[in-house]
Design a protein around this ligand. Structure first.
Ligand SMILES: NC(=O)c1ccc[n+]([C@@H]2O[C@H](COP(=O)([O-])OP(=O)(O)OC[C@H]3O[C@@H](n4cnc5c(N)ncnc54)[C@H](O)[C@@H]3O)[C@@H](O)[C@H]2O)c1
Length: 596
């Protein structure tokens, strides 16, 4: 084996969730593969994983039957590692346990030719500790694939302090030949992606365990609120709860004993009970059969009755207070869904600007074919513009979207309490303030809820319905029914800082900043890792620049103040950027320079 492209024959040890996918990647890339397992039963299971996956690719038209047959002909299946003497590279994908991996590497060292590169697919263990189980630590490297390996583009290449530069170059060349994108990084627990993901997973499980929201709602919140391909609980089912437990446990021990990585007890209980996720047919969800991606109903699935909220109070006419981005979006959503809307701003000038904004947005929707001309005209006739809160005396629901300042919101709720008729639902769109504070500014806290829309409200399919400890059931039902009537998915959650989405999203963004601050990886590499490894629509730094660094810092501060979790403390780098006026896209500069 010499120079880039010298790797022709590869071995794979362990054909589980990851190993089987990795074999497929290599065989698709034209390499000869020796696929090994611990015994005949596991070997057969691994073989059927690979044939199942390639058959599905044929069924979807991604592979011709001929290509599949050629691909499978490049693979030989063997029990044990004795047949790996001639391979140029071997990659290990056995369970995430250090002792086991060290044993496998010692055995590989004895069997493989001296020039062979030994790679581990570990997600969190120290590649250095694994490498010293061999007599060739300079030829040991991490190749961290993402699940499902044939689909996800990213490979994290992990070099230790002794990995030879030519070994790194060889593996980088191989990644390119396989059509993958690599980021090369040092040996740190969780590398890039898992270091950012697993705190978030664990937090999501804690929310579920604490009955803060249902599994369906937690997952829907992150899919619809952040555009993620999967919610955290469904993704943990795909990864495997046993693997997830081991990764968290290792990250806790290797990563400075951050409490956020201490596995939530429920995970261990589920693993002990054999609920490992998709591979065992049951995890957070129940699947058609072991290995199947198809979720089937179980006793936790909301029944038709619970899924369709009781009707709640009738709502025909809605007041919207505020003149910013969110108010404009919300007014449009209501009017397009057939509600009469009274918009109240602080003056005719503000109303005029709002009217203009709304017209432009409706025009765009018509131009793009998303809205019929007649529907636009009808929406416009449903709108009334006012500068007086008194005009809200006869509405059925008020949504306020004024500035994110508690004193302003409290004063507004006190006024609404005097003006509005009894039985009106009063809602705040706050994303970070306690809803109960708004509720207690009125004499009718039962009627106050949070209705947290996402920006742009016309597009995003999620509404968080926040119930305080004083909110009545029928107020919540009314809010849920209303969100459904807008074609949005309502997630009901308690009145805690960040609700579901921001509480899960912002600590992850803050962790990404911390990783950059520690000079572990560049902003580009971190963004790549999340987009190509996890299918995120934007990397954390892209997202921070869009959201605004000042807004992100304010949310992160609220989370920290309320939950007192040391890991949630805003990173100094984020604070400094905000102090320096680098607030993101809106000012032309944040983590990146957008001015050019
Ligand atoms: N699951 C993921 O999403 C994911 C993603 C990236 C990396 N990883 C890493 O990949 C590795 C494997 O994880 P997985 O999820 O595929 O686990 P898995 O439990 O699905 O598969 C492990 C396989 O290893 C086999 N095995 C056990 N002992 C063996 C031995 N002595 N020799 C040969 N084979 C043996 C088992 O029979 C099993 O088929 C772990 O290090 C994990 O951290 C997992």
């Amino acid at each position: 084996m010499d120079g880039a492209g010298g790797i022709q024959v590869v071995g794979v040890v362990g054909l589980g969730t990851m190993g089987a996918g990795i074999v497929e990647v290599f065989a698709r890339g034209g390499l000869t593969v020796v696929a090994t397992e611990v015994d005949e039963v596991a070997l057969e299971r691994g073989r059927s994983r690979i044939t199942g996956s390639t058959d599905r690719a044929v069924a979807r038209g991604k592979l011709s039957p001929g290509q599949r047959d050629e691909l499978l002909a490049r693979i030989t299946f063997e029990v044990g590692m004795a047949g790996l003497g001639d391979v140029d590279l071997v990659i290990e994908a056995v369970p995430e346990q250090l002792d086991l991996k060290r044993k496998i590497f010692a055995a590989l060292d004895a069997v493989c030719k001296p020039s062979a590169i030994l790679a581990t697919n570990t997600s969190s263990l120290s590649v250095t500790e694994i490498s010293v189980a061999t007599a060739r630590p300079n030829r040991v490297i991490g190749m961290h694939f993402f699940n499902p390996a044939p689909i996800m583009k990213l490979i994290e290449v992990v070099r230790t302090v002794v990995t030879a530069p030519e070994v790194v170059a060889e593996i980088e060349g191989l990644c390119a030949r396989l059509g993958k994108v690599d980021v090369t990084i040092g040996d740190r627990a969780g590398f890039i992606a898992n270091a950012l993901l697993f705190g978030y997973f664990n937090h999501a499980v804690a929310m579920y365990e604490g009955r803060y929201a249902t599994r369906e709602d937690i997952d829907a919140a992150m899919r619809l609120g952040c555009g993620l391909p999967m919610g955290p609980l469904a993704l943990m089912d795909l990864i495997g709860l046993d693997t997830a437990y081991e990764i968290l446990d290792t990250m806790y021990r290797r990563g400075g004993r951050d409490r956020r990585h201490a596995p939530v007890p429920l995970i261990k209980q589920m693993v002990t009970a054999g609920l490992l996720g998709r591979k065992s047919g049951r995890g957070f969800y129940t699947y058609e059969k072991p290995g199947s991606p198809k979720v089937v109903a179980d006793d936790l699935t909301p029944t038709g009755e619970a899924a369709d909220a009781p009707a709640g109070r009738p709502v025909y006419k809605i007041g919207v207070v505020g003149s910013g981005t969110m108010a404009a979006g919300i007014i449009e959503v209501f009017a397009r869904s057939g509600y009469d809307v009274v918009s109240v701003t602080r003056g005719t000038e503000k109303s005029a600007r709002l009217v203009e904004r709304l017209r432009a947005s409706l025009d765009k929707a018509v131009m793009r074919g998303k809205l019929a001309e007649a529907a636009r005209a009808a929406a416009v006739t449903r709108l009334t513009w006012s500068a007086e809160l008194d005009d809200l005396a006869d509405v059925d629901l008020v949504v306020e979207a004024v500035v994110e300042e508690l004193s302003v919101k409290k004063a507004l709720f006190a006024s609404l309490d005097e003006i509005c008729k009894p039985g009106v639902l009063l809602a705040t769109t706050t994303s970070s303030l306690p809803v109960i504070e708004c509720a207690m500014a009125t004499q009718r806290p039962r009627d106050v809820v949070g209705l947290h829309f996402f920006n742009p409200a016309q597009v995003m399919g999620l509404v968080e319905v926040v119930r305080t400890i004083r909110t009545s059931d029928d107020a919540v039902d009314t809010a849920r029914m209303l969100a459904r009537s807008l074609g949005k998915y309502p997630v009901v959650c308690a009145d805690r800082s960040g609700f579901v989405v921001n509480a899960l999203l912002f600590p992850y963004l803050n962790d990404a900043v911390r990783m950059l601050e520690a000079s572990y990886a560049s902003a580009d590499d971190i963004d790549y890792a999340m987009k190509l490894g996890c299918g995120y629509p934007m990397g954390p730094f892209e997202l921070l620049d869009v959201v605004g660094l000042d807004v992100s810092l304010a949310i992160q501060r609220e989370l920290y103040l309320e939950l007192r979790e040391p890991g949630f403390a805003p990173t100094p780098l984020l604070e400094h950027l905000v102090t320096a006026g680098y607030l993101g896209r809106k000012v032309g500069r944040g983590f990146r320079d957008h001015a050019r």
